[in-house]
Ligand binder design. Structure first.
Ligand SMILES: Nc1ncnc2c1ncn2[C@@H]1O[C@H](COP(=O)(O)OP(=O)(O)OP(=O)(O)O)[C@@H](O)[C@H]1O
Ligand SMILES: [Mg+2]
Length: 275
């Protein structure tokens, strides 16, 4: 199973208009988000380069899901601006918003597959309904995507007939169907039994090497350490630390990042200490 390097070179190639750098894939400028009176994202500045793989970690309730849901406007921002490929996005509505979303894949913790559709139909649905592809062409692409995630033989199966790891790989194939330049993952392995985590992480690793931009909220520290280009630590709705994985895991600067790492890397020890 090999992914195409369809994005490779984008980060280093000079822009054709003579600009020195391509715009960031995603850029947050002073972004706030409130739910009613509760502000849950505070003045976040955050930028992801094209082709970069960023892991976001932090305690429960720190705002990780909200942060990535803002990117494709599953939630709307309360202040600041989010730029995708250099374009401001907060004022987009209707067709322009739908267009933006087709460039952004989203993989959820709970797979969110349609139970009444086969794996093949789950993957091909958006191509047919949103992009107007003929059924046969959409099915051919969906089948090749299922093959890429190691599930070519499961195309006619319904979600209930698949393991959790297989369902999540179908969800990844579905997210890839519209050729997104960016994929957001919200804890893609945390609903899985331990023996199925590896097969999903392996698909994500291959994807990371394909050059697509990835933002991954994860508690899988091995993924963050081995695959991410950068680790972002959030707490209290703010980004407290960003570093390359080696620095983050060996010498985290912020005391809250240090405490978080102690807990996730050595939970028994942390619990005894907390007691
Ligand atoms: N739709 C909503 N309405 C009101 N408050 C919300 C909503 N969604 C999230 N929140 C609040 O925003 C804060 C951040 O939540 P978020 O889900 O982003 O955290 P998280 O870091 O993803 O946590 P977890 O690791 O448990 O998934 C929490 O206090 C949460 O209660
Ligand atoms: Mg979350």
């Amino acid at each position: 199973m090999r992914f195409q390097h369809h994005n490779s070179g984008q980060t280093t190639a000079p822009a054709v208009d003579g600009a020195a750098y391509a715009p960031a894939a995603v850029e947050f400028r002073q972004v706030d988000k409130s739910f009613g009176p509760h502000q849950v994202i505070h003045q976040v500045d955050f930028s992801v380069a094209r082709g970069e793989v960023v892991a976001i970690c932090g305690p429960s309730g720190s705002g990780k899901s909200t942060l990535i849901r803002l990117i494709n406007q599953l939630e709307s921002i309360s202040g600041g601006e989010i730029f995708i490929d250099g374009q401001p996005t907060s004022a987009l509505t209707g067709k322009a918003l739908r267009q933006l979303r087709t460039h952004i894949g989203f993989v959820f913790q709970q797979f969110n597959l349609y139970a009444h559709l086969s794996a093949l139909d789950n993957v091909s649905l958006a191509l047919i309904k949103v992009h107007g592809w003929p059924r046969l062409k959409a099915h051919a692409k969906a089948l090749s995507l299922l093959e890429r995630v190691g599930l070519g033989d499961k195309a006619p199966f319904f979600p209930a007939q698949l393991s959790g790891g297989q369902q999540q790989r179908v969800a990844i194939a579905r997210a890839l169907a519209t050729d997104p330049s960016l994929i957001l993952f919200d804890e893609p392995t945390s609903a899985l039994d331990p023996e199925m985590i590896g097969e999903v992480l392996q698909v994500m690793q291959e994807l990371a090497h394909s050059g697509i931009t990835m933002i991954v909220v994860t508690h899988e520290m091995s993924f963050a350490r081995e695959i991410a280009d950068r680790v972002v630590f959030m707490d209290g709705g703010a980004i407290l630390e960003q570093a390359d994985p080696e620095t983050f895991f060996t010498a985290p600067a912020h005391p809250r990042a240090q405490r978080f790492l102690q807990k996730v890397l050595n939970p028994l020890h942390a619990r005894v200490e907390d007691a």
